[in-house]
Design a protein around this ligand. Structure first.
Ligand code: HQG
Length: 180
């Protein structure tokens, strides 16, 4: 089994296109594991439950989660389909980071961080993680987010179980380039 390939397929199905294999997610993004495995098998990706467990357990960014009973699975974040993930609002650390590619910086400083196709803007708890995220798209630049002031102004932050902070948008007044 190619673990990375399976992870990418799961991300695609569980975040963006469950319909591509003929399944539907519930309101919180869950689908029965049996339903998922049967649908994947019917669309060219035969996978055992043990293999799925392995992918979920070893995923570098803990992208997927089983429910408490282990009978349902969902993506922890990153959806473009409508789901209510149900993470509690939390007070963020004083500052958070966003890694992006150099070419996006002028637009971001002008109009703020927008969620794009996803539901939320994704923020990293540390500079190194943000740089890695930014490097996916080109020469990385890290922006610092004044999360303390945003929280004080009433913006709701949630934290995914893998440490990614989510917020609906970040207006430009809370952003500035980070050094290093
Ligand atoms: C940029 C991965 C122009 C934004 C990563 C980013 C992360 C703007 C891109 C997670 C903009 C959207 C999320 C504006 C934002 N003008 N560009 N106003 N506002 N952008 O992939 O944060 O592997 O949707 O900077 O590791 O890069 O999927 O978001 O470059 O944690 O689990 O628009 O995805 O995790 O790109 O990445 P994305 P992201 P996974």
């Amino acid at each position: 089994m190619d673990v990375v390939r399976v992870s990418k397929r799961l991300s695609f199905v569980l975040r963006h296109r469950p319909d591509s294999i003929g399944i539907a997610l519930d309101d919180a993004g869950w689908v029965d594991v049996d339903v998922l495995l049967t649908a994947l098998a019917g669309h060219g990706s035969r996978l055992t439950r043990a293999e799925l467990d392995h992918v979920v357990a070893t995923n570098d960014k803990r992208r997927f989660a089983f429910d408490a009973s282990g009978t349902r699975i969902r993506a922890r974040q990153g959806h473009s389909v409508a789901v209510a993930l149900g993470y509690a609002t939390q007070t963020p650390p004083g500052e958070l980071f966003h890694g992006t590619a150099e070419r996006f910086v002028p637009a971001i400083l002008r109009e703020g961080l927008r969620p794009g196709n996803r539901h939320a803007v994704h923020l990293s708890p540390d500079l190194a993680t943000a740089r890695t995220v930014g490097a996916r798209r080109g020469r990385p630049v890290v922006l610092r987010v004044d999360a303390a002031r945003m929280a004080a102004d009433g913006w709701a932050f949630t934290r995914s179980a893998n440490g990614v902070w989510l917020v609906s948008e970040v207006p430009p007044r809370f952003l500035w380039p980070a050094q290093g």
